[in-house]
Design a protein around this ligand. Structure first.
Ligand SMILES: Nc1nc2c(c(=O)[nH]1)N[C@H]1C(S)=C(S)[C@@H](COP(=O)(O)OP(=O)(O)OC[C@H]3O[C@@H](n4cnc5c(=O)[nH]c(N)nc54)[C@H](O)[C@@H]3O)O[C@H]1N2
Ligand SMILES: Nc1nc2c(c(=O)[nH]1)N[C@H]1C(S)=C(S)[C@@H](COP(=O)(O)OP(=O)(O)OC[C@H]3O[C@@H](n4cnc5c(=O)[nH]c(N)nc54)[C@H](O)[C@@H]3O)O[C@H]1N2
Ligand code: SF4
Ligand SMILES: [Mo]
Length: 679
């Protein structure tokens, strides 16, 4: 199977979103092996285990190669034309019965961002539905919201030139190998490394300081640091005076975060807090904080992240060499529809989470409620690509119930996943080697063309799928370009570039020179309502939220813990998987199984050992899973961890969808109170 070139092809790996440079060797039309490309300026020849499994993945015998239609007697193979004809007809009938907004379009993590995301947004807009849904109800948007409310932008930390690196709620050794390599490189040049995490990660082992914090207590720690920095006058007085608003209020508020309170709340000793504050300020402005997913999944996520965003702003790290670089945009043509017009159509979730408008996101969890209740209006059909929400969205039982009740669910995937099993139509998706798109490294301000190098009959790329479906609905004007090559050239037009020009630079061209301290060039340089850095936000206040990055203690700390005495964190990355992906690839998953990781002290308390089966129950649901007892000190006592993405023990059956961060609406995926008992 497969139609391809023989010999070597140099391209980008997209088994995760890091885009390392790879050389793929083909033999007899199949990928025979994959090695790292030394020509790639970021990955420099290094690749991880997932890249080595690209051939197993792309040529997997489990891959879907024909569209499937669900019939009373099971799956029936049909042609793409028949599938698109029937899906278009069904969309028209649903929209005429329930209104344009009754169709949702869902894009998952696997197809990436930029133009793949924009195709989905564009198709939704063509249908006149505001309901573009995505993995971003669970990913990054809390961080983006937190940062942009303070700074007006999301930074790209200049790790390589930093003298102090704080890794806060992230684990790049598992989740972003090239970034971990940069951290190690900076460390070799003398950078100090600090890790703040409830779990001892790989980089925590190499860190100068490891602060083993209680889950979701990050805001208290950040405010404790702010208090230290202000009391000791370790902040950048000129930068604060010239470019920030709300300093006096922040100072006042942070004063409540005394040593004893912070130590009790976070579990981190005061000496450690002092040490971190001192090192960070000594190294500033060449100091960065790398924030991760670990900060996003709690009930105070955005405010905790706002507090963290204030730290580097206080010490003047903004847009500095070795600090928080502010990337410039490349200035392509826009595929994405005008957001103001989308908003006017009334996306689901905005009454509850109005701040989402700032990041142009909708709320997938409230979409589940709309499907089940018909309120605020019915959603009856979903067209999905590159996602597996049955394994990745909070409260999976509700997701299954909602998807099962739809009049139309279309899933585009490489495999018949748990989500695809619920669909009316399953369409074979194209892997990243089967599409052409423009990719970016915003930290280096480079862009490159990643080209299709292999093709399977019936496995359409996303662009041709959206175009084919739009044409059947009379919406061809939204997708006028015949193929991806035409789209790519149209995108590049305003920059005076063409795909042929990009082809000459396989690992990218720089679209703008790197410049620092760009804020000095303008009077109101930051993209906040005031144009300055906002320690206090009038915008959030006007929406009914706290003006300052206020801290609220997580329920498991503040409430009586007796019924659910453990706190579950879920989804710490493992290098061999990406969310629900690759558990079906033997080379990657062999010998591995889902486990609940716990400290030896907790294992003793529960009377369990490695391999014992336990039941883990939250307020929402329960699962059975085997125990893995960790080394002492690797997981904080009282805290347990379960990875997401496993069919066999789906941790998202336990995660609630109604205990959300009030600003971003992000669900509680870390800091979930649970009880554990032997089976
Ligand atoms: N191999 C692999 N790589 C991936 C992915 C994947 O699934 N697999 N997913 C990709 C995606 S979409 C994303 S969003 C990124 C995420 O990448 P990261 O942001 O690096 O996320 P994690 O690896 O989950 O690391 C989160 C860390 O936060 C810690 N943590 C949990 N709760 C808390 C808390 O309350 N406070 C603090 N301070 N720390 C906490 C966890 O113990 C863990 O070490 O990874 C990307 N890369
Ligand atoms: N409990 C818990 N849940 C979490 C998280 C957590 O930390 N804890 N993290 C959350 C985060 S940060 C994220 S980003 C989400 C991700 O959640 P999802 O968006 O659901 O992403 P994946 O699980 O990677 O699902 C991708 C699906 O796309 C398919 N696929 C792969 N390549 C392609 C392609 O090129 N085209 C198409 N059409 N399909 C393809 C894969 O086979 C897979 O079934 O999960 C979230 N869920
Ligand atoms: S980190 Fe691994 S999976 Fe991700 S792009 Fe690089 S080689 Fe591929
Ligand atoms: Mo993510």
């Amino acid at each position: 199977m497969g139609n391809s070139i023989n010999g070597k092809v140099e391209t980008y790996c997209r088994m995760c979103d890091e885009r390392c440079g790879i050389i793929i060797n083909f033999a007899d039309g199949r990928i025979s092996d994959v090695t790292g490309s030394k020509n790639h300026p970021v990955s420099k020849g290094k690749i991880c285990i997932k890249a080595r499994a690209i051939g197993d993945y792309v040529h997997s015998p489990k891959r879907l190669l024909k569209p499937l239609k669900k019939t009373p007697s099971g799956w029936e193979e049909i042609s793409i034309d028949q599938a698109l004809d029937e899906i278009a007809e069904k969309i028209e009938s649903i929209q005429s019965k329930y209104g344009n907004r009754s169709i949702g379009v869902w894009k998952g993590e696997a197809v990436g961002f930029n133009q793949q995301e924009d195709y989905a947004r564009r198709f939704a807009y063509a249908l006149q539905t505001p309901n573009y849904l995505s993995n971003n109800t669970h990913c990054s948007m809390s961080r983006v919201l937190g940062y942009i409310s303070v700074r007006g932008h999301y930074p790209a930390p200049d790790v390589l030139n930093a003298k102090c690196i704080i890794i806060w709620g992230a684990n790049p050794m598992q989740s972003a190998s090239p970034l971990a390599n940069m951290v190690n490189e900076a460390k070799k040049k003398g950078a100090r490394l600090i890790v703040i995490d409830p779990k001892r990660t790989g980089l925590a082992n190499r860190a100068d300081i490891f602060a083993q914090i209680k889950p979701a207590a990050d805001g208290a720690f950040a405010l404790g640091l702010i208090n230290k920095i202000i009391c000791n006058k370790w902040y950048d007085e000129d930068f604060v005076a010239d470019h920030t608003l709300g300093f006096a209020q922040l100072k006042n508020y942070a004063a409540k975060f005394t040593d004893s309170y912070v130590e009790k709340e976070t579990g981190v000793p005061t000496e450690t807090l002092n040490e971190i504050a001192k090192i960070f300020c000594n190294c500033s402005p060449q100091a960065v904080i790398l924030t991760g997913n670990g900060l996003e999944h709690c009930q105070n996520a955005v405010n905790n992240i706002r507090a963290i965003a204030c730290i580097g702003a206080l010490t003047g790290c903004i847009d500095q060499l070795g600090g928080d670089f502010i990337p410039e945009s490349p200035g392509l043509n826009r595929l994405r529809p005008d957001w103001e017009k989308v908003l006017q159509l009334g996306p689901v979730g905005y009454d509850k989470y109005p701040a989402l408008a700032r990041v142009q996101e909708n709320h997938t969890l409230l979409a589940m409620d709309a499907i089940l209740t018909g309120k605020p209006y019915p959603i009856k059909g979903i067209i999905m690509t590159g996602a597996n929400p049955v394994l990745t969205n909070a409260n999976a039982a509700k997701v299954i119930k909602a998807f099962s009740s739809l009049e139309l669910l279309v899933v585009r995937d490489l495999f018949l996943t748990k989500t695809a099993e619920l669909a009316d139509y399953v369409l074979p998706g194209a892997s990243f080697l089967e599409r052409s798109e423009i990719i970016f490294y915003n930290r280096f301000q480079t862009m490159a063309l990643s080209e299709k190098i292999i093709e399977f009959e019936n496995c359409q790329c996303d662009y041709l799928f959206w175009r084919g479906l739009a044409a059947r609905l009379g919406l061809q004007d939204y997708f006028p370009w015949q193929n991806e090559e035409e789209v790519n050239n149209w995108l590049l037009e305003p920059m005076g570039l063409t795909t042929d020009m990009l082809r000459k630079y396989p690992y990218g061209v720089q679209y703008a020179p790197i410049r620092y301290q760009k804020y000095k060039e303008k009077t109101k340089p930051f993209d906040t309502p005031s144009g300055e850095i906002e320690f206090a936000s009038n915008y959030l206040k006007s929406l009914g939220y706290a003006e300052l990055p206020a801290y609220t203690s997580p329920n498991y700390i503040s409430a009586n813990p007796s019924e659910y005495p453990f706190v579950l964190i879920s989804g710490a990355r493992k290098i061999r998987y990406c969310h629900s992906r690759y558990h079906n690839i033997e080379r990657l998953a062999k010998g591995d199984k889902p486990v609940v990781e716990m400290s030896p002290e907790d294992a003793v308390k529960l009377g369990v050992q490695n391999g014992d089966l336990v039941q883990v129950a939250s307020e929402v649901n329960s699962i059975k899973i085997q125990v893995k007892v960790c080394k002492q000190g690797d997981v904080l006592e009282g805290t347990v961890h379960i990875a997401h993405g496993w069919d066999e023990a789906n941790v998202n059956l336990l995660t609630p969808d109604d205990k959300n961060d009030p600003i971003s609406g992000f669900p509680l995926l870390k800091a979930v109170p649970v009880c554990i008992s032997r089976v």
